[in-house]
Design a protein. Structure first.
Length: 253
């Protein structure tokens, strides 16, 4: 595998260059703005291309060293692509609501994750001995905890890197990451401040196609990092791909 490639054309087609209304701009993003068209700021994609490429390298290198990536996107149009991308590359995500202390108070979050796992076990075993009301309350707790913590239940500790869509909405996540010295890769639109972001990707953070493109590229970079990690550990990737087929054939024989 190799680092995912993308073109300026793909970014244009996904609407990555469209910023917000000129009246809503954040002066800190001035250096990344090419100009404006019909009252909308246009992002300078000649800067986005190398910065996105750099961000992908950071993601790949983090995973190659055995690091964990946390995808964060809680706005409606980011929820599904963020979850799917994280699952595709065996990483972690928060797409419901950022819980204060997710990083800075991991002990409390761990306790809630344990509670979720216990509820799962009880309900999977048929919830024996519980009244109908107790079971209903437990199912409600399960749904709430699953929405908030399902994407990080197997993370096992704070992540090594955050990937964020919309820094304005996820400002709390950035604050917590900064406090712990965790690097942040983030898509930053023209109405936001890049403060606290280690690797800025100047781009539209609202368009569904743009969000899907960022998530896909980051997931593929993480997968490339996983191949590098397995390769460094001496695992034969070709043999890994062939094994399930051979096992299935043997089972049929």
């Amino acid at each position: 595998m190799a680092l995912p490639e993308f073109s300026m054309r793909q970014l244009l087609e996904a609407g990555v260059h469209y910023g917000h209304q000129t009246a809503r701009w954040n002066p800190r993003m001035g250096e990344y703005i090419y100009g404006d068209r019909n009252g909308i700021h246009i992002i300078d994609l000649t800067q986005t291309v190398p910065l996105l490429d750099q961000a992908l390298k950071v993601v790949r290198d983090t995973v190659a060293k055995g690091g964990r990536i946390l995808f964060v996107g809680t706005k409606r149009q980011a929820q599904k692509p963020v979850a799917e991308a994280a699952e595709k590359c065996a990483q972690y995500y928060m797409n419901h609501r950022w819980l204060g202390g997710t990083l800075t108070n991991w002990k409390t979050i761990s306790a809630s994750i344990q509670r979720l796992k216990q509820i799962d076990e009880v309900l999977a075993a048929g919830a024996e001995g519980l009244t109908k009301k107790e079971r209903l309350n437990m199912e409600r707790d399960q749904a709430k905890l699953q929405a908030s913590l399902g994407g990080i239940r197997e993370m096992g500790g704070v992540p090594d890197l955050l990937f964020i869509i919309d820094v304005g909405k996820e400002d709390l996540a950035i604050l917590e990451a900064n406090k712990l010295g965790i690097p942040v890769v983030a898509v930053v639109d023209t109405n936001c401040s890049p403060k606290g972001v280690s690797h800025v990707i100047p781009g539209n953070d609202d368009a569904a196609r743009a969000i899907a493109l960022y998530c896909d590229l980051i997931a593929r970079a993480a997968l490339d990092g996983m191949s590098a990690q397995l390769g460094a550990a001496g695992v034969d990737l070709g043999a890994l791909e062939a094994a399930p087929v051979e096992e299935a054939a043997a089972a049929e024989a």
